[in-house]
Design a binder for this molecule. Structure first.
Ligand code: ADP
Ligand code: MG
Length: 337
């Protein structure tokens, strides 16, 4: 039962669970912050307690690392490894970097774990949706393209580092995992350059390292899915990945229904059981993929999956707006009054 496993708080009448130190002292921290538009989103890097020269160089290198991952894994770039795999679908296997292969293998792990709720072959169906113009795909076309969606038809050869798609009409879309990986990589680059305390945020996929100040951890606000300027919670964490998937990022409303960008791979329609899912995990890649996975599975199956995974925690806002925390949520949480 979800109710037993997860603590449920209605959106009103929140309580303060843990004490979060006042922001005034945090503002004294010597922070260095920059943001850039990369991977189709605003990527913000904040580093703390490091000399300005080291900070500037490290942050520049971290942005370049995000761009490098984008060049490998974006399906919007025809020259990426991921696009090459799709272009050669049904024809021949494509040799890729160990990184691209590992991200694809990790995606397959989450597909198997979730019985296909997470599926990076969603491409042909996802492409039919136009969220900007608010158009629902034609039913016939949707049914046709659904036949091309099946993660079991991705073949990975680890020793030769090749990837092959079994059907010529299949297309890969790493949109639910690659950003998380890029954020992890940015964190690694910062660490290599001597920056221990950092926060990398790529549009809701985050990696935090160290602390903001000696005694003050990084605090991350989780957006309220229906009130954009409000938070449902503020999370404190160190050395973790945090990712949120929500139905409020890319969506349109039609006849009172909300159509958004997280799809159920078996139907090609938007997942209906959650408003948002936040995952705390050892890496941003896992947090990113699992936020999407749990969103599709819904609170009941999603929370059951999370409870099986060590060091992974979830904060779910269900379709009615109730907030659920996994039972051993480790981070400090500040809930609005
Ligand atoms: P965001 O990109 O807003 O952070 P997500 O991480 O949840 O959100 O990723 C959503 C993206 O993942 C979609 O834009 C689409 O490219 C892809 N996607 C949608 N549904 C699925 C799914 N069930 N499994 C895997 N990828 C998906
Ligand atoms: Mg995701």
């Amino acid at each position: 039962m979800v109710q037993g496993a997860f603590r449920i708080f209605p959106l009103l009448g929140f309580i303060l669970l843990f004490f979060i130190p006042p922001l005034s002292s945090a503002q004294d921290a010597p922070l260095f912050r920059q943001s850039r538009i990369l991977m189709g989103t605003s990527v913000e890097i904040t580093v703390s307690r490091v000399d300005p020269k080291t900070a500037e160089k490290a942050v520049e290198a971290a942005f370049q690392e995000v761009e490098r991952i984008n060049r490998l894994m974006s399906h919007y770039r025809p020259d990426s490894e991921v696009s090459q795999i799709s272009r050669h679908a049904g024809k021949k296997e494509v040799r890729v970097s160990p990184e691209t292969r590992e991200v694809i293998e990790r995606a397959l792990y989450f597909s198997r774990l979730s019985g296909g709720a997470f599926d990076i072959t969603i491409g042909p169906v996802f492409r039919l949706w136009n969220f900007r113009e608010g158009k629902i795909p034609d039913g016939e076309k949707l049914r046709e393209n659904l036949k091309r969606v099946d993660y079991r038809r991705i073949r990975v050869d680890r020793s030769r580092s090749t990837v092959y798609l079994d059907d010529p009409r299949m297309e890969l879309d790493l949109g639910a995992i690659a950003k998380g990986y890029a954020v992890d990589r940015a964190g690694e680059v910062l660490k290599k350059r001597g920056v221990e305390n950092f926060l990398v945020n790529a549009g809701g996929d985050l990696r935090v390292g160290g602390r903001k100040e000696k005694e003050i951890p990084w605090t991350v606000g989780i957006q309220h899915p229906r009130l954009p300027s409000d938070f449902i919670a503020k999370i404190q964490s160190k050395n973790a990945g945090i990712a949120t998937s929500g139905d409020y990022e890319k969506y349109f409303l039609k006849d009172g229904e909300r159509y958004h960008h997280i799809l159920v791979p078996s139907s090609g329609l938007p997942a209906r059981e959650c408003q948002s899912v936040t995952i705390l995990a050892p890496t941003a890649m896992d947090a990113d993929a699992l936020a999407t996975t749990v969103f599709v599975l819904g609170p009941k199956k999603g929370s059951a999956l999370i409870e099986e995974m060590p060091n992974v925690h979830a904060l779910i806002v269900d379709r009615r707006g109730s907030v659920l925390f996994s039972p051993e949520w480790p981070a400090g949480v500040l809930l609005p009054p």
